[in-house]
Ligand binder design. Structure first.
Ligand code: G4P
Length: 528
């Protein structure tokens, strides 16, 4: 039987973060090409349309079973097993992105050479910061005119607050692009326009002193390059594996994803230096990946991935041990045993039935409503992985039915949608309203569309007097009961049955907090 420790050590599980249009989709496609998963390329491309228009992606999702929300791609490379967890591009799905980032061991940040650090990169970086996630950086679109490389590194350092260690350095840019120099191996990779490079057909010189290089790039350019390299090596940091792993330094690569240029040095470096699965904290103890018993947590739930079977899949990140098809596991939250018979893996071509999986891998579990985001699975131990929060939504609408007889279906639909985590569903204690909360406006359109398509419910969402919510906790039962009685008009229950304060205004919330110092008003709910 394969050794869990050795299999874990081979895994590299990561996500790509970027501002829309920087080239995340294109880079994903090229990485998959190197991993031999060419079939997948088309469908990755397809998802790109997702963010452009609501109607577009709805159609897309319907036709192809592709979801705007994250998916998982696994491919082998150089003896490693790489798991790439896709993060949704649309800003409305930030919460979902956040949870994907809790399931990875490192991240790859893509920056557009002309645009530099953009707003969404900053936000995503903040999230990575919270967990000290190690980050590599790819500066993309070198085939176009962009900003000075030195200036870009400066911007990353000052705006994102992370040290840069260039690993490759561009020779020219735009029309003058000649290649990149690998600052660690000294190799020069030439750029030959119009060809999609693979390891076999790219021209590589062993060093800038190679006599053949001058003939290719010209004496002037070579002299300029020598000067620049001297400057760069003096002014920037050398790669330091410890600093990178601590999340304090980012190795930087330059290239052009669409031309598949500069991608291979990145991937080679990535599989070598990116961290394997890391130990994870639980409510009880820290779990090491090499432990023999299976543990994992659910970071995402996704519906209708397969249009033929309207299935819902819970994505579980394996944290330790070995998963085997059909094995019996313990679902900690419900306290019940659960046999994982038809779990899916995400090999890059198609979903397959998982025969086995190891730490760092993601498996898909068919879900009929019993599994929630944040749930922990073990082989019997009673603990929960921590750090997978639900956020208080920022926007609220009341669901109104066109046909009142469909109330049951509406409730069921809203409850199931909120299980997937993108929206949250509340029932006020004192009324029969059904209130949906979301972090972005687009999600209400998505909810209305899906209620109709999947539950046959024609609902509209109208304004409601709620501005924010807080999960309510109190150590004293008696105090909580008193609070409940006095504030019943502003209280509700979420889909998981937790008590929630539905604040009509910020001022109201503030007053309630002042009046009830013993009551905790939490903006996030740890799902455990
Ligand atoms: P995203 O997922 O981060 O949003 O970015 P995506 O890969 O979709 O890339 C955004 C646009 O940038 C695409 O062009 C893509 O072709 C282009 N692009 C990606 N990498 C490079 C590169 O290295 N050089 C240049 N010049 N362009 C690049 P589009 O016009 O939106 O789409 P398409 O019609 O080309 O597919």
């Amino acid at each position: 039987m394969p050794d869990v420790a050795a299999e874990a050590a081979r895994r590299r599980t990561f996500a790509i973060i970027s501002h829309p249009d920087a080239g995340k989709t294109t880079l994903t496609e090229k990485l998959l090409l190197f991993g031999g998963a060419i079939q997948m390329a088309g469908s990755v491309k397809g998802r790109k349309a997702a963010r452009h228009a609501t109607s577009d992606w709805m159609k897309l999702e319907q036709e192809r079973g592709i979801s705007v929300t994250s998916s998982v791609m696994q491919f082998p490379y150089e003896g490693r097993v790489v798991n790439l967890l896709d993060t949704p591009g649309h800003a409305d799905f930030g919460e979902d992105t956040y949870r994907v980032l809790t399931a990875v061991d490192s991240a790859l940040m893509v920056i557009d050479v002309a645009k530099g650090v953009e707003e969404r990169t900053i936000k995503l970086m903040e999230v990575c910061r919270m967990r000290d996630t190690p980050i590599m950086t790819f500066i993309n679109k070198l085939d176009r005119e962009g900003r000075e490389p030195i200036e870009l590194l400066d911007e990353v350092e000052s705006v994102l607050g992370i040290q840069c260690a260039p690993v490759t350095w561009p020779i020219g840019m735009g029309k003058r692009l000649k290649g990149v120099v690998h600052l660690i191996t000294g190799e020069v990779h030439l750029y030959e326009q119009g060809r999609n490079f693979t390891r076999q057909d790219s021209t590589i010189f062993p060093s800038i002193d190679d006599p053949g290089l001058e003939a290719r790039i010209g004496a002037d350019m070579l002299a300029g390059l020598r000067d620049e390299l001297e400057l760069v090596q003096g002014a920037s940091h050398a790669f330091d594996a410890q600093e990178y792993l601590a999340g304090r330094q980012t190795p930087v690569f330059f290239g052009s994803a669409v031309n598949n240029f500069g991608v291979q040095p990145l991937l080679d470096f990535f599989v070598r230096h990116a961290p394997p699965p890391q130990p994870r904290a639980t409510t009880d103890r820290v779990v090491a990946p090499a432990e023999p018993k299976l543990t994992g947590f659910v970071f995402k739930i996704q519906a209708n991935m397969d249009p033929q079977h309207r299935d819902r899949v819970a994505f579980m990140r394996v944290c330790s041990g070995r998963f085997e098809a059909g094995m019996k596991t313990f679902h900690v939250r419900t306290g019940k045993d659960m046999k994982l018979a038809n779990a899916l893996t995400f090999m890059a071509s198609d979903r397959e039935i998982a025969a086995e999986a190891y730490p760092g891998d993601v498996i898909g579990i068919h879900n009929h409503g019993t599994i929630s985001i944040g749930d922990t699975f073990t082989e019997g131990e009673q603990f929960a992985f921590t750090g997978i929060p639900n956020f208080a939504p920022e926007l609220f609408r009341r669901a109104r039915l066109r046909d009142p007889l469909r109330l049951k279906q509406l409730q069921k639909g809203l409850a199931q949608l909120s299980e997937e985590g993108a929206t949250q569903f509340f029932r006020p204690l004192m009324s029969n309203d059904l209130i949906l909360g979301a972090v972005g406006v687009l999600q209400f359109d998505v909810a209305a569309y899906r209620l109709k398509a999947e539950y046959g419910v024609d609902a509209i969402f109208e304004p409601v007097g709620v501005v924010t919510t807080r999960w309510v906790h109190c150590d004293s039962e008696r105090k909580l009961e008193e609070f409940r009685e006095k504030n019943a008009t502003n209280l509700g229950i979420d889909a998981a049955g937790e008590l929630v304060y539905l604040a009509p205004t910020r001022v109201n919330l503030q007053l309630a907090q002042e009046r009830w110092p013993d009551v905790r008003f939490d903006a996030t709910r740890e799902q455990a």
